[in-house]
Design a protein around this ligand. Structure first.
Ligand code: ADP
Ligand code: MG
Length: 562
């Protein structure tokens, strides 16, 4: 048979391992949550694959997660009989980090030298399997993919290399054996070979896992005894979304969120929804406290899982959440769908579309009440996800008004604080008919724009829009509360009273020949030279035509080579 091969970790993986070994993360117990979470995913995948592929030679009886300890050897093993991995998967999934945004994450981590900053970042990233190295100085993983004859054995001390070799007798699924560091209770490292410790941790972090998590009885290895006694199931296995809300603690919801979102921080908001009637479903959704690093990368997945009658069906169910709410995480459990549903079927299913509409409205209304009841939390939400939510103004016509209602914008009213459109409208002085805005690259360039002068002089507030997406939606959204959006940099802006207009006409006569001369001299660069009431201190400014591209848009198109 093949010999053990020594391979190198990818460099990003190596850096993350170093972080784990030198354990910047204070709560080391969470390694167990990560391993149980992976085991649970592996069992979900096996059940699904066996269901889809009737020819798969897989054992699907008695699916479970087992914790085994060996006090003498000081090892803890987390075992599952799930889908397992083949050799390429072990190398690809365990030896490298495929998550998008890893490089960026490591860069930020380098910059944040202080302890608190790094903890925060790690919480944002989530390290999964590698967290084993917080508590172990060597990790052995043995795995066999369901349907394959031969398994793989992987081992590493978390330094720069690992070994990999064939494991002919490996049972189906995966076992991860941790060779534990010496317990050091003072340093926050309890003895993970103690049954009581494991029970507490599982209760705390993994109680809702729908598969049984069992504690194997420990035999007296020294005397060669077989372990006696029955394994003890230590999680309650209750699906959180199916339990009455009053019975579930905030901490339980938070742990569940961390499990499905692969996040290490508590969610910003938990949303529950129970629909009864002809199409029954339950939803448990979460708004994270922080935007993931890849929120704006292409191919970014959506975060809602679909279950059918408690059976996991798929991750990233795009039929349930529109793209602009891709940061929402959670579970939807439908009672009356076939276990066999495919993504294509879901996209076109009338019930699913109804469900999606309802879920979207629920998320938006949750944000709306956050706005009034928990303004600080809302501010966090908008800072993290506002840019994504604004995409909905282009995609989700039905909810446009609602989205505008939960949006906040910089404005000339207050340099520090953003404003809602409702507040803007409430401040509009007598005579102001439109909601004025100016788009640009930054607040500073906008503030210095001569376009603003006349508005300032009039005491009209102007929205300061600096996100690229703002350029797009302002053109397609007709208005808010019956008030039109009007760029202060485009077309004729009518700020004058009738009297002022008459005066301007007179003035125009006086200047007619000069304007004509200027227009013809500047012919190749401008369409027309006009007298303007826009300016109070600057002598002249460039104005776009009603239907022209804005300078930023022009730049964007040029950059795209058009
Ligand atoms: P994540 O769970 O966030 O993907 P992990 O580091 O925890 O990241 O795991 C990396 C990948 O390794 C998983 O996505 C999965 O494909 C694979 N993996 C880990 N543990 C198991 C397991 N027990 N069974 C099968 N595959 C596993
Ligand atoms: Mg994981």
């Amino acid at each position: 048979t093949a010999q053990a091969e020594t391979l190198e970790f990818q460099s990003e993986a190596r850096q993350l391992l170093q972080l784990m070994i030198h354990s910047v993360y204070s709560n080391k117990d969470t390694f167990l949550r990560e391993l149980i979470s992976n085991a649970s995913d592996a069992l979900d995948k096996l059940r699904l694959e066996a269901f889809r592929d009737k020819d798969l030679q897989a054992d699907t009886d008695d699916l479970k997660i087992t914790l085994e300890v060996d006090k003498a050897a000081r090892t803890l093993t987390v075992r599952d009989n799930g889908i397992g991995m083949d050799r390429d998967e072990v190398v690809g999934l365990i030896g490298t980090i495929a998550k998008s945004g890893t490089a960026e994450f490591l860069q930020k981590l380098k910059q944040a030298k202080d302890g608190a900053g790094t903890q925060d970042l790690i919480g944002q990233f989530g390290i999964g399997f590698y967290s084993s190295f917080m508590v172990a100085d060597k990790v052995t993983l043995v795995t066999r993919r369901a349907g394959r004859d031969e398994g793989v054995r992987w081992e590493s001390a978390g330094e720069s290399t690992y070994t990999i070799e064939a494991a002919p007798d490996a049972p189906q699924g995966t076992s991860v054996t941790l060779h534990l560091k010496p317990a050091d209770v003072e340093d926050g490292l309890p003895d993970y070979t103690e049954a009581a410790t494991l029970r507490t941790i599982v209760k705390r972090y993994s109680d809702f896992i729908t598969w049984p998590v069992q504690l194997a009885p420990e035999g007296d290895k020294a005397e060669g005894d077989k372990a006696d006694g029955d394994p003890e199931t230590i999680n309650s296995r209750k699906a959180l979304w199916a339990r009455p809300q009053s019975e579930v603690t905030d901490e339980e919801y938070a742990e569940f969120y961390k499990h499905i979102a692969h996040d290490w921080t508590d969610p910003l908001e938990t949303i529950r929804l129970q629909a009864e009637g002809t199409f029954e479903y339950q939803a448990l959704l979460f708004i994270p406290a922080r935007a993931p690093m890849d929120l704006f990368m292409r191919e970014r997945k959506r975060g809602v899982q679909l279950y059918v009658k408690r059976v996991f069906i798929m991750d990233d169910c795009e039929a349930l959440m529109p793209e602009y709410l891709r940061f929402v995480k959670g579970v939807v459990d439908a009672q009356d769908l076939s276990l066999n549903v495919s993504r294509e079927i879901l996209q076109n299913d009338r019930h699913i579309q109804m469900m999606r509409r309802r879920l979207v409205r629920k998320v938006l209304s949750t944000v709306k009440s956050m706005m009034t009841e928990k303004p600080e939390q809302y501010a966090t939400f908008w800072r993290e996800f506002g840019r994504a939510v604004k995409e909905g103004l282009l995609d989700d016509f039905d909810n446009r008004e609602t989205i505008l209602g939960i949006a906040s914008f910089d404005s000339t009213h207050d340099a520090e604080k953003q404003t809602t459109l409702e507040d803007y409208v409430a401040r509009m002085p007598e005579g102001q008919e439109h909601i004025y805005y100016l788009t640009g690259e930054s607040r500073a360039t906008i503030e210095n724009s001569p376009h603003l002068e006349a508005f300032r002089a009039k005491g009209y507030e102007v929205l300061v829009l600096t996100d690229p997406i703002d350029e797009m939606w302002v053109d397609s959204v007709p208005g808010f509360n019956g008030k039109q959006f009007q760029s202060v940099a485009k077309g004729q802006v009518d700020l004058d009273t009738d009297e002022e207009k008459a005066e301007a006409k007179e003035r125009a006569k006086d200047f007619a020949s000069m304007l004509e001369w200027m227009t013809s001299s500047l012919e190749s660069d401008v369409k027309q030279v006009r007298l303007s009431s826009r300016l109070t201190t600057s002598p002249a400014c460039l104005v776009g035509d009603e239907n022209d591209l804005t300078p930023t848009m022009e730049k964007m198109y040029r950059a795209m080579g058009q």
